[in-house]
Design a protein around this ligand. Structure first.
Ligand SMILES: Cc1ncc(COP(=O)(O)O)c(C=O)c1O
Length: 478
């Protein structure tokens, strides 16, 4: 990236007041000292090609020198090829100057190119992020927020957002929420880390689950107990002996099941009996298509279940906004852990989300997103039924992805993903989700929300043709 992205023809004016750290040794005279200092800064890479320097007037004022001295140094360095000066563009570090000493700064590897067809699980369709409505919410916040909002505030987060979330979560997810029990976090990832920080003892985690979540718990120094998963969701009897259990009751993240009513009851009983904490990861609870929404487990036992929601699926993961609704006894330790982690999450974004929720924009966005994802899911299921009928599709009722259980004789996941990559199609395998992937049958997770609208049909066509080619002959569709 160029060091100045405001290359818009107005650069000279903007450059005029730019800060430049320079501490010339003036023993042999000011101008010569400034020339040496600038040469050295360019040679070492501290001033990179295309960096704009302040105007000679501004730098002279900063140094307390006559302008002619700085202008003389700039002129000399232009003549030597270190700097270039163009009318209207100010004085910039020349692109082709050769560094006499030192090695060039290491080039950052370019970001990998996004695959043309992306059905990896994990993202909403960020192309349909409600930019205009979000920008309007941010504008309102910047106009109306008191100056106090720009100071460090309550580590739990802005009261405006906690109030809006308490009302929204009660209404839309059946969570028993009060603003003082909510802690706004930097994504579920941080929420999990904060809870791990205040837990002593083993953490029971679904097997399969997101690998990064195991890493977060391990990084907190806690042992992990696997909770096997079947059609009824996590087998909660395996939590015995753990201090906490992390579950995805509405839509098991890897296999798509809903936690069965008797398991919900049993998990709550376990927490009540042992003093263990359940962390309910309601990451995609807003997206349910065919059946009545499944309410939050937390409502059954708010003093034993910590509820976690996130904006990562409902809006965009890059917002890094999530929320914990905590049992009373955990509020103080978690708030303290949050204070030590980063004091509080960014206030302006929190206020924008509060505005977004209260103005009804979140509900409007979710209704539109649900309709879009449902259409996509239906198209995907139709294509799979026609072209790969032996593949079992799991977790279709909710969320932004489905899971494919591949038939006996199917190639290993890695081979399927490599063959998909040859066709510019990116897929997620289940291997990394298992606590121990050895001997697990191949599965794929298909994120049907991931591609932008214009690429969705192409991605499904590629997937169907890939599975048609790779599945054992006896199991192929027409
Ligand atoms: C199971 C699960 N929980 C939570 C999240 C959200 O994490 P975060 O809020 O840190 O983006 C995801 C996102 O992919 C997820 O798959």
């Amino acid at each position: 990236m160029p060091s100045d992205w405001s290359n818009d023809g107005r650069g000279a004016g903007r450059a005029a007041g730019r800060d430049l750290f320079v501490a010339p040794d003036v023993t042999g005279g000011r101008q010569a000292g400034l020339e040496r200092a600038l040469r050295e800064a360019i040679r070492s890479g501290r001033l990179s090609a295309a960096t704009r320097l302040p105007s000679s007037r501004a730098l002279a004022a900063d140094l307390g020198w006559a302008r002619g001295t700085v202008a003389g140094a700039y002129g000399q360095l232009v003549a030597e090829g270190w700097l270039s000066a163009r009318a209207g563009a100010g004085t910039v570090v020349a692109a082709d100057q050769r560094r006499a000493a030192g090695s060039p700064p290491p080039a950052e590897a370019p970001a990998p190119r996004a695959p043309r067809y992306d059905l990896r699980a994990g993202n909403p369709d960020v192309g349909s992020f409600p930019r205009a409505a979000w920008a309007a919410a941010l504008r309102r916040v910047l106009r109306d927020a008191p100056d106090e909002a720009l100071r460090l505030g309550d580590p739990r987060g802005r009261l405006e957002l906690r109030r809006a979330l308490a009302a929204y979560l009660g209404r839309a997810r059946g969570v028993a929420a009060a603003p003082e029990r909510i802690v706004v976090c930097s994504g579920f990832t941080q929420a999990l880390g904060l809870l791990a920080a205040v837990t002593s003892g083993a953490v029971a985690m679904e097997d399969p689950c997101l690998a990064v979540h195991r890493e977060v718990v391990r990084a907190a120094g806690l042992p992990i107990v696997p909770l096997p998963v079947d059609e009824g969701g996590a087998r909660v009897e395996h939590a015995d002996g753990a201090a906490a259990a992390v579950v995805t009751p509405a839509h098991q993240v890897a296999l798509g099941h809903t936690l069965a009513p008797e398991r919900r009851a049993r998990l709550v009983e376990w927490a009540r009996a042992t003093g263990g904490v359940v962390l309910e990861d309601d990451y995609d609870g807003e997206f349910r298509y065919d059946r009545q929404p499944v309410g939050a487990l937390q409502a059954l036992a708010p003093e034993h279940v910590a509820y976690a929601g996130t904006a990562s699926k409902a809006l965009a993961p890059a917002l890094r906004l999530a929320w914990l609704v905590l049992p009373e006894r955990l509020v103080e330790p978690v708030v303290e852990a949050k204070r030590l982690a980063d004091h509080a999450s960014p206030a302006l974004e929190q206020l924008a989300l509060a505005d977004f929720v209260e103005s009804g924009e979140l509900d409007r966005h979710l209704r539109r997103a649900r309709a879009r994802y449902r259409r996509r899911r239906d198209a995907l299921l139709t294509a799979l039924a026609e072209r790969a009928p032996a593949v079992e599709v799991l977790g279709i009722a909710a969320g932004l992805h489905v899971t494919l259980a591949l038939p006996p004789g199917a190639p290993p996941e890695a081979e399927i993903r490599a063959a998909a990559a040859q066709r510019a199609l990116a897929l997620t395998g289940l291997a990394r989700f298992w606590h121990d992937p050895a001997g697990r049958p191949p599965h794929l997770l298909l994120g049907y929300a991931t591609p932008p609208d214009h690429a969705f049909a192409g991605a499904v066509e590629r997937l169907a043709s890939l599975l048609g080619d790779l599945m054992p002959a006896a199991s192929r569709g027409s």
